[in-house]
Design a protein around this ligand. Structure first.
Ligand code: DAK
Length: 257
């Protein structure tokens, strides 16, 4: 499979996707989102892959959806074609996805990072949803996801003015998991991805489902779901291996399927 807007590699059990439209600061056009979904489909199917890492360049993770592609669009054409409707598939993936963000993560670029399971940011990263400055609003879940993470006051502050925040503010308000020096971003994110990929696949995917439940329903329903998943995990060989290895004082070797 060849890609025009991405670089796609495999590093051990980690699938690495690098957004690659440097001439447009990785602005996300239809081709890029389609190729990204194809790459993620491949990693979802591949039993050798346990975690996916999505990154951009030092200057931009992605500076938004491609404004030049959108500028002349009209309703109802966008509605009938379900323009940009495929974006949300990124958030539906079952394997964990980490976003490693340096430079600009704006508009759809920030929304893409928010669809990943967590963000590791370079100290150069800037996050924002500046759509209001273009006379539009975010449409790929950014309003919902940002508001859930940072609360109403900061979300309103950012969305209504279109201002961006730096990596440290993003870490303080829970948007990013941690901030690392820009020249260590890929190494740190890859290290994190390798650690996740070395765990039990079943346990990792069940954890992702349980965490995602937090946003979807009541606490009582979430607790019930988590308990059922916990009970189900005792049907897996990885549970026997993980607990057996602890008792035997050796490192666990989890199956890859
Ligand atoms: N789209 C297209 N081209 C872009 C771009 C973008 N978002 N951002 C940058 N570029 C292009 C520039 O036009 C320029 O191209 P040339 O002029 O050289 O041909 C090149 O990248 C370099 O950019 P600059 O010269 O502007 O670079 P600077 O370092 O001076 O400035 C910047 C960097 C990031 C501050 C600036 O480029 C900028 O403000 N960019 C636009 C940021 C923005 O407004 N982003 C939000 C776009 S709206 C949805 C899904 C997604 C969305 C909505 C719905 N659904 C699923 C329904 C999302 C909407 C958006 O993201």
């Amino acid at each position: 499979m060849t890609y025009q807007t991405l670089l796609v590699e495999q590093a051990g059990a980690v699938g690495l996707v690098t957004l690659n439209r440097p001439e447009a600061l990785n602005a996300i056009n239809t081709q890029l989102i389609d190729e990204l979904n194809q790459a993620l489909d491949g990693f979802e199917r591949d039993p050798a892959i346990g975690c996916v890492l999505v990154t951009g360049s030092a200057k931009a993770f992605a500076a938004g959806a491609d404004v030049k592609e959108m500028a002349t669009l009209c309703f109802p054409g966008t509605y009938l074609d379900d323009f940009l409707g495929r974006w949300d598939r990124v958030a539906q993936r079952r394997k964990p996805i980490i976003a490693a963000v340096a430079g600009h993560a704006l508009g759809g670029g920030f929304e893409l990072a928010l669809m990943c399971d967590f963000i590791i940011a370079a100290d150069s990263a800037r996050f924002g949803l500046p759509e209001v400055k273009l006379g539009v609003i975010p449409g790929a879940g950014g309003v919902q996801r940002l508001t859930r993470l940072v609360g109403r006051a900061k979300a309103m502050d950012m969305l209504l003015s279109g201002r961006s925040m730096d990596a440290f503010e993003a870490e303080r308000c829970g948007v990013v998991a941690r901030v690392v020096p820009a020249d260590e971003l890929l190494e740190e994110a890859m290290d994190s991805a390798q650690r996740i990929a070395a765990q039990s696949r079943t346990a990792v995917m069940m954890l992702k489902e349980c965490v995602n439940r937090v946003d979807e329903g009541s606490l009582a329903e979430g607790l019930r779901f988590e308990r059922r998943m916990f009970q189900a995990v005792f049907a897996t060989p990885d549970q026997k291996e993980g607990m057996g290895a602890f008792i035997d004082k050796r490192k666990a070797e989890f199956g890859k399927a």
